[in-house]
Ligand binder design. Structure first.
Ligand code: AMP
Length: 379
């Protein structure tokens, strides 16, 4: 018998960003209390709608203890954090879902790739290097072009350098900060895919289908669901995501990012939390990725995650460069849903919100969100 954490219990979210905000919105809808650990910032997207926002650093013992003592379960909206919070929660008997072990795997690209391979997934040929000699040898072994990525704390293309020619090796090593790195072969993919999967305490696994993602400057720009892939590729992507969730003994939500290439499906990386590419599940599925996160970490049955055809366009701070975007123009299309994350400072490249549309098919939905986004600036 699984004892569920009933509504009225408190969800502790590590991280104060937009993914935490949308989880908090789902938790509130379901009648839960919410507390957020921000890592230092105040009035964060998640914190402003939580019952309490704990603003100390992720390794500040007093803040972490206060946050943990106020929570009935701890979960993540951001994984690149000190795991002191998980240790503190474990010591206090507060469940951490996904577990610290899953988060630690996702924090380190070398550990992550090894775990993916041992789960039975294929990844691009890769090496790990901790010094310039190892780095140089690895690149010669793999053959250029390669992408070198810092093993820890990289996201949105940060901590990554592409090396097309061996003459660039030393400069790349310096640019990466002379830290432990993973080097991988550049994959010539047809498209980038993701599968967001939830696994409950009872081991039941539910996914939202296959998303197809477009990036701009390494930042996710658009998603459409379903992806424009054939049935066998779609089934294989879902099988891999489910397999990885099972092998990691996941409780919670996991996003698996894949390259669809001539060599088949290669897993790029995993994130132990909801993902931007799953934003459209809010409108497209009976249970969104945030609902599934809440349900799984609370020991409740998972909902129906299957998606109607839909698309999402990210809204970056750049859209504010000419003044306030024209919201009325975007919302003139009644099928468009607007999500803004409550961030005040619209810096270039900063994720400020997104638009979603449920359409007659995914291509139609994508066209509608792109037109709506264009209408925001008239450009
Ligand atoms: P990541 O931080 O690993 O998700 O990488 C960010 C983006 O860089 C990916 O979404 C891809 O567009 C691109 N990328 C990363 N690794 C590779 C690779 N091995 N081959 C080709 N493109 C890559």
């Amino acid at each position: 018998m699984i004892e569920a954490l009933a509504p009225g219990s408190t969800i502790g979210i590590v991280g104060g960003g937009q993914l935490g905000r949308m989880l908090a919105q789902s938790a509130r809808q379901h009648g839960y209390r919410v507390v957020v650990l921000t890592g230092g910032e105040r009035d964060t997207p998640a914190g402003v709608i939580a019952d309490h926002e704990y603003c100390g650093a992720f390794d500040d013992a007093d803040t972490v203890a206060a946050f943990v003592n106020d929570a009935d379960v701890v979960t993540w909206e951001f994984e690149n954090v000190d795991l002191a919070v998980a240790q503190c929660a474990q010591a206090a008997g507060v469940p951490v879902r996904p577990s610290a072990a899953v988060v630690a795997t996702a924090q380190d690209r070398a550990v992550e790739k090894a775990a993916l391979e041992s789960a039975g997934a294929t990844v691009a040929p890769w090496r790990e290097a901790s010094g310039l000699d190892e780095f140089t040898a690895a690149i010669h072994e793999l053959g250029t072009p390669v992408i070198a990525k810092t093993a820890r704390f990289g996201y949105d293309g940060k901590g990554q350098v592409r090396i097309d020619d061996p003459s660039q090796i030393e400069a790349a090593w310096e640019a990466l900060g002379e830290v432990r790195v993973v080097i991988e072969t550049v994959v010539h993919f047809d498209r980038e895919l993701s599968v967001v999967v939830a696994r409950g305490l009872d081991g039941v696994v539910v996914d939202h289908g296959v998303m197809e993602n477009g990036h701009q400057n390494h930042i996710l720009d658009t998603t459409r669901v379903p992806a424009a892939v054939g049935e066998p590729t779609g089934q294989e992507a879902r099988r891999l995501a489910r397999l990885i969730a099972e092998r990691l003994d996941l409780v919670g939500v996991l996003c698996v990012e894949l390259f669809d290439s001539a060599e088949g499906l290669l897993v790029n990386e995993i994130a132990p939390r909801p993902h931007n590419s799953g934003h459209c599940t809010i409108e497209a599925a009976a249970a969104s990725q945030f609902d599934q996160q809440l349900r799984s970490i609370c020991g409740l049955p998972l909902g129906d995650g299957s998606c109607r055809p839909a698309a999402m366009a990210q809204l970056l701070g750049d859209l504010w460069s000419g003044g306030e975007p024209d919201w009325s123009a975007a919302l003139a299309n009644p099928r468009i849903s607007l999500h803004l994350y409550g961030k005040h400072d619209a810096k270039a490249g900063r994720k400020m919100g997104h638009l979603t549309c449920v359409g007659s098919d995914a291509a139609d939905a994508l066209q509608q969100v792109l037109e709506a986004r264009q209408a925001l600036t008239g450009r």
